[in-house]
Ligand binder design. Structure first.
Ligand SMILES: [Zn+2]
Ligand SMILES: [Zn+2]
Length: 99
């Protein structure tokens, strides 16, 4: 069985540099400790409260059903940068497996 937690893409997450007290962080976004979403979209726009729209998308694809057998779907996070259509799904969306 799947592990349950399938996190969107893995864009070589630059999780190395600690966020603690970094100086001169011009693009720093204040994110609460509980922030459960990626720190940026696929295009590198920083994500944080007020910068994304979180919603629910009913879906029947395999990963969605694996996580929730009743009312399967995805938590989706949409980048709000104008022109950016990046969207993150949890669990992963698998269009090919729908149906
Ligand atoms: Zn974006
Ligand atoms: Zn899906």
């Amino acid at each position: 069985m799947p592990a349950g937690v399938l996190v969107g893409w893995s864009a070589g997450a630059p999780a190395l540099g600690s966020l603690a007290c970094s100086t001169g962080a011009m693009r720093e976004v204040r994110r609460p400790d509980w922030w459960p979403y990626p720190e940026s979209c696929q295009h590198g726009h920083p994500w944080g409260p007020g910068r994304v729209i979180v919603s629910w998308m009913p879906c029947d694809c395999g990963p969605a059903r694996a996580e929730r057998q009743r009312g399967p779907g995805h938590l989706t996070v949409s980048c709000q940068v104008p022109g950016c259509r990046s969207r993150w799904y949890r669990p992963d969306h698998d269009p090919g497996a729908a149906g």
